[in-house]
Write a protein that binds this ligand. Structure first.
Ligand SMILES: [Zn+2]
Length: 378
């Protein structure tokens, strides 16, 4: 009995695991009930009145909230080489890492590296046929992913797997309580990748896989994905279009690549209403974008009550970006971060994993990431 009690003091999950064994080993039965924040284990002796044997604050059963912001980065992410002149180049990551080192931020975070053996989680979102197709094309030395406009090299498959592994490592750290939130400096990006089709520089949908992972591995019910990349995340939208457990919110330049993301696309069937698109014309001002977050995202998210928040953090909505034509600044990205943080603080103990998507002008990208991480650390 002592062993049993010491186990259940550790985590709520272990109560579930141990409980059936106890019933089968003893003539007694147990019932676990929760009243507000107190977990009560009741010993049931025959049909007589049940006797509560102890109670414990459920807060004691949760990992204490960490204060650190985790930072995911690994040199393997440099090995995806789309070729000379391509905007999604390793120098993007180099600029971010050097800037975070120069500003001292890199040393302040909890450093994480990719989780290995994550292929089953990639398969939770992508078809087996597509995954094998990417692997084969890379092994054959193909220059392009023939499912969409994505340049590849022989290392792309393992780098794309490592990008997923990095994001899943961040999810673990936040869910285990080692970090309060996390930023993942990974590439290739992911939000254009559909279950069977890589496109738009994306191979595997890092954020969508993380959403499925936090649901299935960590038991989160509802996941909010906030996508502030200048492009619409058509892949993420498609993956969760019929799924009411994932709220996908995107602001993006429109009309623009990839052509999807009109306000009429709101989800279908049980997922109707859990896709929210806010298409914006080129040169929309930062104030307007921040206003959309306050007036549209916040009420929707507070009603949805996410258990976990993911950010598709593309910084190509910056006014200096090579590809995008929205008018965000690094100040604006810090403000958006604080808005999303407030949602996470209200709903899910501040649990956020932010994942790099686009952003193609190096100094604007690295300064925006810095401000984003500083806001996550506040
Ligand atoms: Zn983008």
């Amino acid at each position: 009995m002592r062993g049993f009690l010491s186990k259940i003091r550790n985590t709520t999950t272990r109560i579930v695991l141990c409980f059936p064994d106890m019933i089968s080993e003893t003539p007694f039965g147990f019932r676990v009930t929760k009243v507000k924040n107190v977990m009560i284990l009741t010993l049931l002796v025959s049909s007589a009145a049940a006797v509560p044997i102890f109670s414990v604050e459920t807060a004691d059963l949760q990992p204490s909230p960490a204060t650190a912001t985790a930072f995911v980065y690994d040199p393997i992410y440099f090995k995806h080489l789309p070729g000379p002149g391509h905007p999604e180049r390793p120098e993007r990551l180099q600029a971010i890492v050097e800037h975070l080192e120069q500003t001292g931020l890199a040393a302040q975070g909890l450093s994480l590296h990719p989780k290995p053996d994550i292929s089953e989680w990639i398969a939770a979102v992508h078809t087996e046929e597509y995954i094998r197709h990417v692997e084969r094309l890379c092994a054959d030395g193909a220059k392009d992913l023939d499912t969409g406009d994505t340049a590849i090299c022989p290392d792309t498959y393992r780098v794309a797997c490592a990008a997923v592994g990095g994001v899943l490592a961040a999810v673990d750290a936040v869910m285990d309580g080692r970090a309060r939130n996390a930023f993942c400096a990974v590439r290739p990006p992911g939000h254009h990748a559909t279950p069977s089709r890589g496109m738009g520089f994306c191979v595997f949908n890092n954020v969508a896989i993380a959403a499925r992972y936090v649901q299935k591995r960590h038991g989160a019910n509802r996941v909010l994905i906030v996508d502030w990349d200048v492009h619409h995340g058509n892949g993420t939208q498609e993956i969760f279009y019929h799924d009411p457990t994932v709220l996908y919110f995107s602001i993006h330049q429109y009309p623009f690549y990839p052509g999807t993301g009109s306000a009429k696309e709101r989800g279908e069937g049980p997922g109707e209403g859990t896709t929210i698109n806010v298409p914006l014309p080129a040169h929309t001002l930062e104030e307007e974008i921040i206003h959309v977050y306050s007036e549209t995202l916040v009420p929707a998210a507070m009603q949805f009550k996410p258990d976990f928040v993911l950010i598709s953090a593309g910084f190509d909505a910056h006014r200096d970006d090579l590809l995008g034509s929205l008018e965000m600044t690094e100040d604006g990205f810090a403000t958006l971060t604080r808005i999303v943080k407030e949602i996470a603080e209200q709903c899910c103990r501040g649990r956020i994993v932010s994942v790099l998507e686009g952003g193609y002008t190096l100094d604007a990208l690295s300064r925006s990431v810095e401000r984003h991480i500083r806001a996550l650390m506040e």
